[in-house]
Design a protein around this ligand. Structure first.
Ligand code: DC
Length: 226
């Protein structure tokens, strides 16, 4: 019989650039292991939505800090129905808009925004049920003691193809937008996207989702059954 993932508390950290497959893989892994699922990118996007709603320029740091300290986020962690609200407004669709996507890297670069969200992310992780967490700084900053750290990559072409299939946007324009966001997310001073030394790197170019999820599940079983 296949070994089961331990049922107690475990944390899986999944980091990587946009389009590397993090969201699909993390959600599926959470479902397969009975864990909760936390999309930390959605939290940065929800703050960005609140900034834009307030008419604040995403590059106006004091304005962004003010909005971020006033807005209340409610985050659901059921992998079957991830959900996020800002000040009681469900923003699951709005946070995927082009406006939010273009502005989110500037908002996510503000240290006070990160401090606030990292604290909320840790509080969610600490609740007594296993969790798969995806983002850019999960293994390095948010959950450095995670039971399994994964760094997903894929070729720039594969990432652009996946994103443009999701958004129905032109592949070349998507590739340019991804490259811009990768550059901003990797070069910012506060908690940039980086691979932890103890993360397992998986290049998902040419791999099917089931193959990736199965591989991570095997790694998790190996880490949590000793
Ligand atoms: O994963 P995503 O594309 O939804 O993330 C949106 C943005 O938020 C991305 O440009 C980088 C930022 N982000 C971050 O800085 N730290 C995280 N833990 C998650 C996302």
């Amino acid at each position: 019989m296949a070994e089961q993932v331990r049922t107690g508390h475990f944390v899986v950290a999944v980091d990587g650039p946009s389009g590397s497959g993090k969201s699909t893989v993390s959600r599926r892994l959470a479902t397969a292991t009975g864990a909760r699922y936390l999309d930390t990118g959605a939290m940065y996007r929800a703050i960005t939505w609140a900034v834009l709603r307030s008419g604040v320029d995403p590059h106006d740091t004091p304005g962004v800090v003010k909005v971020a300290s006033d807005v209340t986020l409610t985050v659901g962690t059921d992998p079957a129905a991830p959900h996020i609200s800002a000040d009681g407004v469900a923003v699951d669709v709005e946070i995927r808009s082009q406006e939010v996507t273009s502005a989110v890297s500037a908002v996510a670069a503000v240290p006070a925004v990160r401090e606030r969200l990292v604290a909320e992310q840790r509080a969610l992780i600490d609740q007594p049920a296993p969790i798969v967490v995806e983002g850019r700084d999960i293994g390095s900053v948010v959950a450095p003691d995670a039971d399994l750290k994964v760094y997903l990559t894929a070729s720039a072409e594969a990432r652009a193809m996946r994103r443009s299939a999701e958004t129905a946007a032109d592949v070349a324009a998507t590739a340019a937008a991804l490259a811009r966001r990768d550059r901003l997310d990797s070069t910012r001073a506060a908690d940039p996207l980086q691979q932890s030394a103890d993360a397992v790197e998986l290049d998902t170019t040419g791999m099917g989702i089931d193959e990736v999820v199965d591989r991570l599940r095997e790694l998790l079983v190996a880490r949590t059954t000793r």
